[in-house]
Design a protein around this ligand. Structure first.
Ligand code: FAS
Ligand code: PHB
Length: 401
């Protein structure tokens, strides 16, 4: 069997890459280890930058997103009960969209015309320095696919990055001493916009998926087990970390999903090895505090798709030669912002009283400086990751479609 491109991983990055390539007439097969239902069962990101919204439009997968997505013009930050709204629209005329990663993945699955092979086991990459090919097992049979390029979109634990010889790869990592315990509940959100709360008991985030479904997180020790948290214990802890008025208006109910996500910052360099490219979580991980993970993955594959399209149609290698350096510049800016938001909003007992005073001073500087708020707004809404591709025209255009 032969395809122009083999994509490993049918998460949002792999599916988006496959869609962009097929719209350009490029034949790409996707190999996914899990079932489609399993992939859809993962509850992850919730906020789309305008660039991601525009990319869903480019993929002609934006209809349901435009109908159901919620446009948010700002977020609220609170620090020990003091609150401040960061108004994206007033500060930089940008917005974000609240639309779950699960829905993005579902929309991309539904629109895809090319082949996705689910439950492909033991995927192995071969000769990506010369004439690449991929092997995998399915229903007890071993299969081989010859190709021109391989895209590793298989996440942090995937096979693609692990197939690269150690000496060819440099990794940078910071593992945080805590995780996020997340709960999904079919109750109306506690507020119109997201609330990021710093409290001496730990960080909390009030997010949402729709007007009737909410997503909440509390910071927990890195080795915490979701099973140790009853719903009542979670709601009590969340209330304790919110300002009294918000805590009072919180509508609670039975959790429909509860899980702990570890937090780490991670980057692999470079992101190209001959005819193998890495994109998305296979290349980098950010703590979810800055809502960057999914959006950065989408930015990677937009660049990779353009580079591969230029190779196949324009007979130029300029894009594929420039891919790694170009995306790494944006990746490190998103890593910085995600680290900064995480450092500001979480408790770090090991930094002591001095560390907490510095966090308070950071919050006070932010809330007292329009320039600092504009900087946060630029980073959060993705201006830094997308440049002018993340224009408000893109978001307003998507609302028209
Ligand atoms: P993904 O990990 O989504 O997809 C990779 C795919 O490759 C998976 O389907 C996997 O099954 C498959 N795969 C792996 N190994 C394979 C192999 N050997 N062969 C074939 N297939 C293989 N980001 C946010 O912005 N906000 C959040 O709140 C947030 N929460 C998160 C919670 C968790 C638990 C995790 C792990 C991540 C979270 N993220 C969040 C980040 C997340 O949204 C990622 O950035 C996003 O899923 C990246 O998409 P992909 O790069 O496609 O990787
Ligand atoms: C979510 O809704 O899951 C979410 C929103 C914003 C974040 C992280 C997660 O920064």
């Amino acid at each position: 069997m032969r395809h122009q491109v083999v994509i490993v991983g049918a998460g949002p990055a792999g599916l988006m890459l496959g869609r962009l390539l097929e719209l350009a007439g490029i034949d790409a097969v996707i190999l996914e280890r899990k079932s489609a239902d399993y992939v859809l069962g993962r509850i992850r990101a919730g906020v789309l930058e305008q660039g991601t919204v525009a990319l869903m439009e480019r993929a002609r997968a934006g209809r349901r997103m435009n109908a159901e997505g919620l446009i948010h013009h700002g977020v609220e930050l609170s620090f020990d009960g003091d609150s401040h709204r960061i108004d994206f629209s007033t500060l930089i005329d940008k917005q974000v969209m609240v639309y779950g990663q699960t829905e993005v993945t579902r929309d991309l699955m539904d629109i895809r015309e090319g082949t996705t092979i689910y439950e492909a086991e033991d995927v192995d990459l071969h000769d990506f320095d010369g004439r690449p090919w991929v092997s995998y097992r399915k229903d007890g049979q071993t299969h081989r696919i010859d190709c021109d390029f391989i895209a590793g979109c298989d996440g942090y634990h995937g096979v693609a990055r692990q197939s690269v010889p150690q000496q060819a790869l440099t990794t940078f990592e910071r593992v945080y001493p805590f995780g996020w315990l997340g709960v999904l509940v079919d109750k109306p959100p506690v507020a119109d916009e997201l609330i990021y709360a710093h409290h001496e008991r730990g960080f909390a985030l009030c997010s949402q998926r729709s007007k009737t479904r909410s997503r909440y997180y509390v910071q927990v020790p890195a080795d915490e087990q979701a099973a140790a948290w009853s719903d009542d214990r979670f709601w009590d802890e969340l209330r304790a970390r919110l300002d009294p008025a918000t805590a009072e208006s919180l509508q609670t109910g039975p959790s429909i999903e509860k899980s702990v996500a570890p937090l780490r910052s991670f980057v692999a360099e470079p992101l190209r090895f001959g005819r193998l490219f890495l994109a998305g979580d296979a290349a980098h991980i950010v703590p979810p505090t800055g809502a960057k993970g999914l959006n950065l993955a989408m930015r990677d594959v937009a660049a990779l798709a353009d580079a591969l399209i230029e190779h196949f149609t324009g007979r130029s290698a300029a894009g594929i030669d420039a891919y790694s350096a170009m995306v790494l510049g944006r990746i490190w800016k998103a890593e910085r912002f995600s680290w900064w938001m995480t450092s500001l909003l979480h408790t770090f007992p090991e930094t002591g009283a001095f560390g907490r005073r510095i966090q308070r001073a950071e919050f006070d500087y932010l809330t007292g400086s329009r320039a600092a708020q504009q900087s946060l707004a630029e980073n959060y809404t993705g201006v830094v990751t997308w440049g002018d591709e993340g224009s408000s025209e893109a978001l307003s255009r998507s609302r028209v479609a």
